[in-house]
Structure formats: structure tokens, C-alpha cells
Design a protein around this ligand. Structure first.
Ligand code: GEK
Length: 242
């Protein structure tokens, strides 16, 4: 599979709202590695969690799967029998490439790649649901019903792995985290122009919340225990246990 280097915002441009289109799908592995601190660790740990929590005869959902990195990590670590992995994304360009990635891989469980809004997907018989940096792209008004639906579709003892970019309620502390993230991107070769144009492109598309709002929403849905297992700058990953 050909994947390139992300240079989408390297030239000055009239910045349009960010979309997961063909140009983004082509450079996505490079883009996410250079933009999300700890991405490789998070994918690796999602695999470990699937190894521990997937139950026999159940479904594993990867909502907002992009090119299928989390689904592949799930498949590599799966010990439970007769599971099915359902990978969902609403970007046709992502789904097309995800199908190629997952087909090329000899998976322990069938991986079905679905092109649809995750809001339209029924969640049933699930032992693990993964939302790795996806909920932040769902409109805030729809988030509670998405989390409720996931909770309802999980089996007892099942988990939701939720990774998100966060906002801190403390103004100065929030700025510290944003600066550290921008420095992380600079060190990974992004210019100040790329960082600021990407920031503008994402402004209305990615609506980030505080850790406390996520925690509250998860416990409102009924999750028994919620733990932040990863945090680096303003990026976190949470495990919520039913
Ligand atoms: C990874 N999880 O590599 N329905 C389905 N998919 C959606 C929706 C929606 N309503 N909205 C956005 N997406 C991946 C990375 S990227 C995160 C996830 C990022 C999809 C969108 O098309 C994109 O592929 C993905 O969610 C978010 O582990 O780029 O910051």
C-alpha cells in the first residue's frame, strides 16, 4: 500500500474545513504518527486490551476505523474464539484503503469494513468497542446517544476504549499543553504554517471537551468504572468497563 508524507498544509492556502478525503487517506499513517503523541503506544495497548477483554462469540467494533490500525491490533492480539471485528468509517476514501489493508492481513477473526455513519450502526453482542480519536468529530449533541448506544450493546464485563484530544478547564495549564503539543509537531517536521493552518481547518470540525465531561457522560450511561490509562499533553485514552 502506497502511503505518502503529509504536506497538505505546507503551502499558504485559503483553509477549508478539514475533511477525511482522498488526499488525507493517502497520507494518514504519516499524519497521525506525527500529530498524535503516543499513537503507536495507544494502538499497541488497544491490542493488549482486546486480548484481555474480548469474549468468545462476541463482536469487536472499531468506530471511526480510518485505515484499520486498531482493528489490525485487535486481530493480532485476539485470544477469544469465534469473534467478528466490525470496522466502521463514513469516509469512502478511508474505507477503500482500510479494505485493502485488512484483506492483505491474515486475520484471526473476520474483519467486516462498513462505510457508514457510526450513528447508524447497531451495536450488539459487543465485548470491546474502540473509538480511537473519533468521538471528537461527532457533533456534541449526538455524543450522549452514541455512548448510550455503545453501553447498551456491550455485554457485562465489556469495555469501551475511548481516546480523545482534551481541553483543560485551567486556562494557563491548557496553554502549556497546547504549546507542548505544537512543539511535538515541530519536532516531527511540521512548520509553524502547517501547524496553524491545520488548527484553523479543524476548528469547527473537531470539538474537544474536558476529561470531566467525558467521565460524566460515561457514568451517566451506566459504565461502572472509568479509568484514564494514557495521557500525554492534551491527548488521553480511557477504558470504561460495563
Ligand atoms: C485510528 N481510529 O487510526 N461515522 C463514522 N466515522 C467517522 C464519523 C462518523 N460520523 N466522523 C468521523 N469519522 C483511527 C483514527 S481518525 C482521528 C481515527 C484523527 C471518521 C473519519 O472519517 C476518520 O477516519 C476517523 O473518524 C477519525 O486508530 O484523524 O484525528
Amino acid at each position: 500500500m502506497l502511503t505518502g508524507k503529509d504536506a497538505i498544509y505546507s503551502q499558504p492556502q485559503a483553509v477549508e474545513p478539514f475533511r477525511f478525503d482522498q488526499a488525507v487517506a493517502e497520507v494518514f499513517p504519516d499524519m497521525i504518527q506525527r500529530s498524535v503523541p503516543g499513537y503507536a503506544t495507544i494502538i499497541d495497548t488497544i491490542g493488549q486490551l482486546v486480548g484481555k477483554f474480548a469474549q468468545d462469540d462476541s463482536h469487536i467494533y472499531d468506530l471511526g476505523c480510518s485505515l484499520g490500525a486498531a482493528s489490525l491490533a485487535a486481530s493480532k492480539n485476539l485470544k477469544a474464539k469465534d469473534c467478528k471485528i466490525l470496522a466502521v468509517d463514513n469516509s469512502a476514501a478511508m474505507v477503500e484503503r482500510c479494505r485493502l489493508h485488512t484483506k492483505a492481513f491474515k486475520s484471526a477473526a473476520p474483519i467486516e469494513v462498513i462505510c457508514d455513519e457510526l450513528q447508524n450502526i447497531d451495536i450488539a453482542n459487543a465485548s470491546v468497542v474502540i473509538m480511537n480519536f473519533t468521538l471528537q468529530f461527532i457533533s456534541p449533541e449526538q455524543r450522549a446517544s452514541v455512548i448510550d448506544k455503545i453501553y447498551q450493546g456491550l455485554k457485562p464485563g465489556g469495555i469501551l476504549i475511548l481516546s480523545e484530544k482534551l481541553r483543560d478547564t485551567q486556562t494557563m495549564a491548557n496553554e502549556v499543553l497546547i504549546d507542548l503539543h505544537h512543539e511535538f509537531k515541530r519536532r516531527n517536521g511540521y512548520s509553524d504554517l502547517e501547524i496553524s493552518q491545520k488548527r484553523s481547518a479543524l476548528e469547527d470540525v473537531m470539538r474537544i471537551e474536558t476529561y470531566e465531561s467525558h467521565q460524566q457522560r460515561l457514568s451517566n450511561s451506566g459504565f461502572k468504572e472509568v479509568v484514564q490509562w494514557f495521557k500525554c499533553f492534551n491527548f488521553a485514552s480511557i477504558v470504561a468497563i460495563k
